[in-house]
Design a protein around this ligand. Structure first.
Ligand code: SAH
Length: 404
């Protein structure tokens, strides 16, 4: 069938689905979502389908079920019944999809994909697997920004800010949603530790604002960043604030969120894989492990551990516990922190590791007992950015005292 591609407005229109199994459930879910007034007819109807809250009649199909219908879907596992549905539809000039033998029906359901107001429908010459494969490939390309999905004319939408967690650094470790928002942004405000290679593919028209070149030299203050997010959004731009890891873990994302809300700018938050989780995983260190550790604590070490009042961190308490410790921003004070933990009861022999540039080119892992970690790191010449892991889990999957 060559066919004539068409998008149907089924809202509040009667659509009759004959069949009550998994195929019917899938079809009914999509029709219901599109607003159709669905009637399901089948002697037995799956609980999942009943739960969709559409009209269900548990009985055999009769031709009159199609009276007044705009569309019929025959998806029973009985070819004779499906054929009868097709025949009844034909008589009433109602289009009919037949799922067991597509050429038998007068309509096809394409493999479809929706992104915002965009619909892509693929029909594969009655080969649904081929259509689905192409649909999935288009979905990936769209989400990666490889297809021109942005409107050709200037958008009429209002401006907005998305606080996007970029993950630990490997550009493949951002979420699909984050990737898509970056690909369709007008402005990207980016951090030093965010997956910056994602920006290489952006069109020249996208404004990229760099927030920080090095850990100790910020290009822009937090107030500057908040102000630029708000100014661009109020000018009608789609602004992506691309941050390393998760936006709400030591990323000052909360402050940016509050600033946007106070300025009346719509703001959304897209979680990311924090380096606190990705760093250990990249070094094959499970933060919890049955029988070894049932909890972990993520701590920032950027303030002096000798002055708990300043940092608000209970180092003696953390030292006394048995859980895994994950330290961010701690490389400058590694020996102080290790000393503090040992002084308050963590065994000096506790397996520990430093994961430098996790998931990035040049990733390095240094393992040593807690008491020797700072010296081992200095010998290896490893600095920030790094995640430090302290606890018995460090040696569970990998041999101790190795450097890679
Ligand atoms: N919001 C980020 C953390 C920002 S604080 C997140 O959720 O990951 C910056 C600290 O994160 C660095 O000092 C370092 O401790 C850690 N970090 C970020 N990216 C890292 C990476 N690729 N490898 C190792 N540590 C990293």
């Amino acid at each position: 069938m060559t066919g004539f591609p068409l998008l149907l407005d089924v809202s509040a229109r009667r659509v009759v689905v004959v069949g009550g199994g998994t195929v019917a459930t899938r079809r009914v879910r999509a029709l219901h979502k599109a607003g159709a007034q669905v009637l399901v007819v089948a002697p037995s109807i799956a609980a999942e389908l009943v739960a969709l809250d559409v009209a269900c009649e548990r009985r055999e199909f009769t031709a009159h079920d199609l009276d007044g219908a705009w569309l019929a879907v025959a998806c029973t596992d009985n070819p004779a019944v499906n054929a009868a549905v097709v025949a009844a539809a034909e008589q009433r000039q109602v289009f009919c999809v037949r799922s067991d033998a597509a050429p038998g029906g007068s309509a096809r359901i394409p493999a479809a994909l929706r992104r915002d107001d965009l619909t892509v429908a693929v029909s594969g010459g009655d080969d649904p697997l081929r259509a689905m494969a192409l649909r999935d490939a288009i979905a990936v390309a769209l989400d990666l920004g490889e297809l021109p999905s942005r409107p050709a004319r200037p958008a009429t939408h209002g401006g907005s800010v998305a606080l996007v967690g970029g993950g630990p650094g490997d550009p493949e470790l951002i979420t699909v949603l984050g990737r898509r928002l970056v690909a369709s942004a007008d402005v990207v405000v980016v951090d030093r530790l965010a997956p910056r290679t994602l920006l290489d593919d952006l069109p020249d028209s996208v404004e990229v604002i760099d927030c920080g070149k090095s850990p100790h030299r910020q290009n822009l203050s937090q107030e500057d960043i908040n102000a630029v997010l708000i100014a661009r959004a109020l000018a009608g731009k789609r602004v992506v604030r691309l941050k390393g890891g998760d936006p709400f873990i030591f990323g000052r994302g909360g402050e940016e969120y509050l600033a946007c809300v106070a300025a009346g700018v719509p703001v959304r938050v897209v979680p990311g894989i924090s380096s606190a989780l990705a760093g250990p995983a990249a070094a094959r260190i499970p933060l919890t492990h049955r029988g070894v550790s049932a909890d972990f604590t993520v701590v920032s070490g950027h303030l002096d551990p000798g002055r708990p009042a300043e940092s608000g961190i209970d180092w003696p308490g953390l030292a006394a516990g048995a859980g895994t410790l994950v330290l961010l921003m701690s490389m400058d004070r590694l020996d102080l922190i290790a000393g503090e933990l040992i002084a308050h009861g963590r065994p000096a022999a506790t397996p520990s590791a430093v994961v430098h540039r996790a998931t990035l080119e040049g990733q390095r892992v240094v393992r040593a007992p807690l008491a020797e970690l700072a010296a081992a790191v200095a010998r290896a010449g490893v600095g920030a950015p790094a995640v430090i892991v302290i606890g018995e889990v460090v040696d569970i999957l990998e041999p101790p005292a190795s450097t890679s």
